[in-house]
Design a protein around this ligand. Sequence first.
Ligand code: TYD
Length: 207
Amino acid sequence: MKALFVTFEGGDGSGKTTLIAALERRFKQRMSILSVREPGGTKLGETVRSVLLDQDLTLSNKAELALFLAARIQHIEEVIRPSLSKYDLILCDRFHDSSIAYQGAARGLGESFVEKTCLLLTENFQPDLTIYLDISPQDAEMRLEQTKDRIEKEPRAFHEAIRKSYRRLASCFPKRIHTIDASLPKEVVENTAYLLLLQFIKERVDV
Ligand code: TYD
């Protein structure tokens, strides 16, 4: 059976990474899990990641999108696609929705333009399920470290635009994207995500 491909989305400081680690711990007793992140997961992805987060770099908005996409395409071809037949569950920290919210909305390239470009270049490769951690940039900022990367350093309005875009995406794709209030205590967020995933897995087995 094909692995369930689940992506995690949210603004900077929303707690995705902690949540993914917790879910991995809880599910690994009962199924095989691969946990990956974007940009990253391949040699190209990790190289692109350090370029993209470099504080001293000036990048045009389209160049930024192209780099994120290059990393994603390589990641899909080299890691995700071949893993679909090897694992039960693939957990991926960020995917197309990040590009739509960050480059499409916040950088102003246009959400529809970015969505179409992502789908075109990845031959419509889409997650089965997306968990979106919703939190205000103000609350999220308190969780971020003092040393911010190139994207985290952007002003509050930039991060507000990202949240607005994610919320719009969640309302456009209610079957795929499930929103969790990330301002709730960590254990509540973890349990909600765990039950959601469990339910999704059960439904899939029952079909
Ligand atoms: P990272 O340190 O992994 O942040 P986080 O832990 O919040 O995911 O850095 C990834 C940064 O890249 C983050 O600020 C979001 C941004 N990003 C985009 O702008 N577009 C994209 O397509 C992706 C995948 C990430």
